[in-house]
Design a protein. Structure first.
Length: 182
């Protein structure tokens, strides 16, 4: 946590921070700061975003957003996931996504592995996000998790260029080969 600030922050505190290219997020009122993503990170994000848009937006099932966008899950929990899939359009407001979207995706960076895998995933699950996906660039894997009673359970792990047909979204097939083409 950054010193000199209140013990517990809320979203209204978060929006007062400078726009400086870093990501500022809150987890249970604690401020976390991460650097801007790498080119590889952005490449993977754009390739996955296209596939999600082709499925959710083309079928008019929802909207897909990429970072930076605030996802407010509670007053003391506001995140900027790499990708967000919203199927309940009422969650989309002028300031943020307010409430639990259908899918949150994190693309791991060396500085964010523990934060994304532990802190964020636990908060996402506890606050009702149904699906959490991780792309691990260093290990060239794609992982899907489903929320069951406030905790994520794995439903798939795809390595190095494989494909995955998601059981909860008919006809959604994620091809990870384009992730590694850069």
């Amino acid at each position: 946590m950054i010193s000199g600030l209140k013990d517990k922050l809320v979203y209204d505190d978060l929006i007062q921070l400078p726009v400086d290219g870093k990501r500022y997020e809150l987890a249970q009122g604690e401020l976390f700061v991460t650097p801007a993503p790498s080119p590889r990170h952005q490449w993977v994000s754009s390739r996955l975003q296209r596939q999600l848009q082709d499925y959710f937006e083309a079928r008019q099932l929802g909207r897909v957003f990429d970072a930076p966008i605030d996802v407010i899950l509670a007053p003391e929990d506001a995140f900027q996931p790499d990708l967000v899939v919203v199927t309940d359009l009422a969650l989309i407001t002028e300031r943020a996504i307010e409430g639990a979207p259908t899918i949150l995706v994190e693309i791991l960076s060396p500085s964010s592995v523990a934060y994304d895998r532990l802190t964020k995933s636990r908060r996402y699950a506890a606050l009702g996000v149904p699906h959490f996906w991780i792309v691990d660039i260093a290990n060239r894997t794609f992982e899907c998790y489903r929320n069951q009673r406030g905790a994520y359970v794995p439903i798939a792990r795809v390595a190095d260029g494989g494909t995955f047909a998601h059981p909860d979204f008919p006809e959604l097939v994620i091809n990870t080969a384009p992730f590694w083409e850069l």
